[in-house]
Design a protein around this ligand. Structure first.
Ligand code: ADP
Ligand code: MG
Length: 248
């Protein structure tokens, strides 16, 4: 059965999409079949994997999900493409518990052939993020190693707690991913230490460095693992992948 992981943080630009794409790519290279579900109306994960966004989002299209999955150029890595149509979609509303459990049901039964499903959430705590958490076994929270990194973290953690209490008892905070770390910046090290001091084991050991290859890869429709396999950024995502596999 697929392990469903939401990558979420209501802040934009913290590395959610980058982590969803490159972790999925890493898992695929490690021989685990991986599916990225893009529920951000901006569709960055979809285009970053070299796939066209959909006119209607597969989750709203009413067709079997497996028929709307698109294979990427990388073996073992597929995407359920995002769509701008989700921007005003209330159809995923998880305010009712039933919709969240339906969604979970849909993902686990229709897409059960994957080893991992990574849901790339939009930068908000709205219905799409709520529905995603409602359907997930774990949430990974990327945070940028910059000033104010911890600000707002309590809100996503609180949403995960609420979701667990109300809709989805299985949900765990799978881990915090430190991203865009610049070792030459004293502040970045301070932030990393502060986050570890506070969240301890919940923080992945791997720290994702700031690396230009990571930001260039999506414009080529590739993960950084294919775009620049020897770059620091690619090696870091491989390391993160191994940690994720190790935890299972
Ligand atoms: P989010 O999905 O949280 O909004 P993204 O993953 O889209 O954030 O990242 C925001 C921007 O930062 C993107 O342009 C991305 O390419 C870039 N980026 C993300 N991680 C790194 C990194 N480790 N090094 C350099 N650039 C990065
Ligand atoms: Mg994003």
């Amino acid at each position: 059965m697929a392990k469903i992981i939401s990558v979420a943080n209501q802040k934009g630009g913290v590395g959610k999409t980058t982590t969803a794409i490159n972790l999925a790519a890493g898992l695929a290279k490690a021989g685990r079949s991986a599916l990225v579900i893009d529920v951000d109306p901006q569709c960055n994960a979809t285009s970053g994997l070299g796939v066209e966004p959909a006119r209607r989002h597969p989750l709203l299209a009413g067709k079997p999900l497996a028929e709307t999955v698109v294979m990427t150029g990388q073996e073992g890595l597929s995407v359920l493409p995002g769509s701008q149509s989700l921007a005003d979609a209330d159809a995923l509303s998880a305010s009712n518990r039933q919709r969240a459990s339906e969604l979970r049901q849909q993902l686990t039964t229709e897409l059960s052939t994957y080893d991992y499903i990574l849901i790339d959430c939009p930068p908000s705590l709205g219905q799409l993020t709520r529905a995603s958490l409602g359907a997930s076994a774990e949430v990974y929270i990327p945070i940028q190693c910059e000033y104010f990194a911890m600000e707002g973290l309590s809100q996503i953690i609180e949403l995960a707690r609420q979701t667990k209490a109300r809709d989805n008892r299985r949900l765990e905070i799978g881990g915090i991913v430190l991203t865009m770390h610049d070792p030459e910046l004293e502040l970045a090290n301070e932030v990393a230490n502060e986050v570890r001091g506070y969240f301890d084991d919940a923080v992945f050991d791997t720290v994702i460095p700031r690396d230009v290859s990571i930001s260039e890869a999506p414009s080529h429709g590739l993960s950084v693992l294919d775009y620049a396999p020897r770059a620091r950024g690619a090696r870091a995502y491989v390391e993160l992948t191994l940690e994720v596999i190790d935890r299972d």
